[in-house]
Write a protein that binds this ligand. Structure first.
Ligand code: NAD
Length: 237
C-alpha cells in the first residue's frame, strides 16, 4: 500500500537515501530541504520537494499544507534534518549551542507536532527520528550536537508512552559515522582514527541507515516503539 511519507533534509546524504528507499517501494514521498536543489532524478521519479527551514514554524506549516494537498496527510515521518557546529566548550558561543538545538531538537519538535495532527486523526502513524551515536556516548567538541541528539531520545520515548494507545510509534535510529557531506569536514587522520574504532572497520553507507528506517516504518516493526537502534558498525558496544 502506498503511504504518504515525509523525509526532512531529504535532498542529500542520509535523508536522500531514505527518500529513495521509500520511493523505490512505491510510497508517495515528500522531502523538505533548506538549501541547494534536490537531485533531478528524484523529482522526476515523482518525489515532491518542498523548500522548508525547520527552524521556522510558519514554513513548516506551509510545507505540510502543500504535502497534504498533494499526497494526503503524512503517515510516515522521518525527522532527519540536522546540523553540526562543533567547537570546544570554551570556544562555543551561545549561538553555536542554541542554533544546533533549535534545528536538531526544536526543529524536530515542530515537524513531529504538525505531523501528529493527521496521525491522531488516522489513529495510525510512524515516526522515526535520526539521532546519532554521539547523542548516546557524547563526543569531544560536540556538546551542543550531543545534547540535541540525546534530547531526541527522551523526546521519542515520551511520545511513545504518550501516544502508544493511539497506535502511533516513535523510534530512534542512531547512526555511527556515515559517508556524507557532514563527515567530509573531518581530516584523513580523524577518519582513520574513527575507522580504527569501528569493529566493522569502515564508515556506513547512507543506504544502510535507510534500510533500518524503512524497517521501523514497516508492518514488520508494528510492535516496536520507544526503541533506540544504533546502526554504527559496532562502534558503541
Ligand atoms: P547532511 O549535512 O548531508 O544533510 C543534512 C540535511 O539536513 C540537509 O538536507 C539539509 O538541507 C537539512 N537541514 C539542515 N538544517 C536544516 C534546517 N534548518 N531546515 C531544514 N533542513 C535542514 O547530513 P547527513 O550526514 O545526511 O545527516 C542527516 C542526519 O543524520 C542528521 O540529523 C545528522 O545529524 C545525522 N547523523 C549523521 C551522521 C553522519 O556520520 N553523517 C552520523 C549520525 C547522525
Amino acid at each position: 500500500m502506498s503511504r504518504s511519507v515525509l523525509v526532512t533534509g531529504g535532498n542529500r546524504g542520509i535523508g536522500l537515501a531514505i527518500a529513495r528507499a521509500f520511493a523505490d517501494a512505491g510510497d508517495k514521498v515528500a522531502i523538505t530541504y533548506r538549501s541547494g536543489e534536490p537531485p533531478k532524478d528524484l523529482t522526476a521519479a515523482g518525489v515532491l520537494a518542498v523548500k522548508c527551514d525547520i527552524t521556522d514554524t510558519e514554513m513548516v506549516e506551509q510545507a505540510y499544507k502543500e504535502i497534504e494537498e498533494k499526497h494526503g496527510a503524512v503517515e510516515v515521518l522521518v525527522a532527519n534534518a540536522g546540523i553540526t557546529k562543533d567547537q570546544l566548550l570554551m570556544r562555543m558561543s551561545e549561538e553555536d549551542f542554541t542554533s544546533v538545538l533549535d534545528t536538531n531538537l526544536t526543529g524536530t519538535f515542530r515537524v513531529v507536532k504538525r505531523a501528529n495532527r493527521g496521525m491522531l486523526r488516522a489513529r495510525k502513524g510512524r515516526v522515526v527520528l535520526i539521532s546519532s551515536v554521539v547523542g548516546l556516548y557524547g563526543g569531544p567538541g560536540q556538546a551542543n550536537y550531543a545534547a540535541s541528539k540525546a534530547g531526541l531520545v527522551g523526546f521519542a520515548r515520551s511520545l511513545a508512552r504518550e501516544l502508544g494507545s493511539r497506535n502511533l510509534t516513535f523510534n530512534v535510529v542512531a547512526p555511527g559515522f556515515v559517508d556524507t557531506d557532514m563527515t567530509q569536514v573531518l581530516t584523513d587522520e580523524q577518519r582513520a582514527n574513527i575507522v580504527s574504532q569501528v569493529p566493522l572497520g569502515r564508515y556506513a553507507k547512507p543506504e544502510e541507515i535507510a534500510a533500518t528506517v524503512k524497517f521501523l516504518a514497516s508492518d514488520d516493526a508494528s510492535y516496536i516503539t520507544g526503541a533506540v537502534i544504533p546502526v554504527d558498525g559496532g562502534l558503541g558496544m
